[in-house]
Design a protein around this ligand. Structure first.
Ligand code: MF3
Ligand code: CO
Ligand code: CO
Length: 251
């Protein structure tokens, strides 16, 4: 069941989304060689709580921390850890979800760590950002769910990359993960039609190698099966009553 939102509710959601976006902006200066992923978690946690909001991942289905930190071959859901220290040349996705006014705002970004990130990693990060933008651009009157996945998959494949199928974007609102699921692969013209009032995330995970993943023994951390590098970007977007598409997590 898809819960449609009024323009007023979308405006309320935007406050949560903007706080999530501000959290990513704030943390950028801390993403440097030598910092631990737990320190990044704690800085984000304090920032979110100080704004009167709740970090949605904390205790969500047992997730133990307030953000997800996914380094290099980690696809998503990496758990912040005091022993995991960022190194020059790493890439790290930081995924922030806030609850403000009772509404979730969900956004993530892949950062380069230090000044010696390989060309291979930079290209993957650039193409993954482009894949998110291609997915967002596919959202237009008359479009169907499959158009989003098609736009993302065709761009990724044209660059020799693969798209993760095990994790998807999602409707979002008072619930963290609402219907519908937004696949990042798909066929043009297939799936349900998108309608005003829909608010959902697009969050492609793009692998340099094979699309398959495995989950580590902690029950959360997803890594690429072939240990190739992986990147991700995520925005929460809304289709307003006049069919304006607004990126709620854009600053
Ligand atoms: N923020 C993630 C998403 O984009 C979900 C994280 S769930 C958690 O949907 F439990 F790992 F935090
Ligand atoms: Co999400
Ligand atoms: Co997220």
């Amino acid at each position: 069941m898809i819960i449609l939102k009024s323009d007023f509710e979308i405006a309320e959601m935007k406050m949560s989304c903007q706080l999530a976006a501000s959290t990513l902006d704030m943390i950028e200066k801390h993403v440097k060689p030598g910092i631990s992923t737990l320190e990044l978690n704690d800085i984000c946690h304090d920032f979110i709580v100080s704004a009167g909001a709740i970090p949605a991942p904390l205790n969500y289905k047992g997730f133990p921390k307030s953000i997800c930190t996914s380094v290099n071959e980690v696809v998503c859901h990496g758990i912040p850890n005091s022993k995991q220290i960022l190194k020059d040349g790493d890439i790290i996705n930081i995924d922030v979800t806030t609850i403000l006014n009772g509404y979730h705002g969900d956004t993530s970004k892949t950062f380069l760590v230090g000044s010696n990130v390989s060309l291979e990693k930079r290209k993957l990060v650039d193409v993954t950002r482009d894949c998110l933008n291609a997915g967002i651009s596919a959202v237009s009157p008359g479009c169907r769910l499959g158009d989003i996945g098609y736009a993302i998959e065709s761009l990724a494949n044209s660059c020799g990359y693969s798209v993760v199928k095990d994790f998807v974007g999602h409707g979002i609102g008072r619930g963290f993960h609402e219907d519908p699921q937004i696949s990042h692969v798909g066929q043009k013209g297939k799936g349900i039609r998108l309608d005003p009032g829909m608010v959902f995330t697009i969050e492609p995970m793009i692998n340099a190698g094979d699309w398959r993943i495995k989950i580590l023994k902690d029950g959360w951390t997803a890594i690429t099966l072939d240990h190739s590098i992986s990147a991700q970007f995520e925005h929460t977007i809304a289709i307003k009553s006049d069919w304006t598409v607004e990126i709620l997590t854009q600053k």
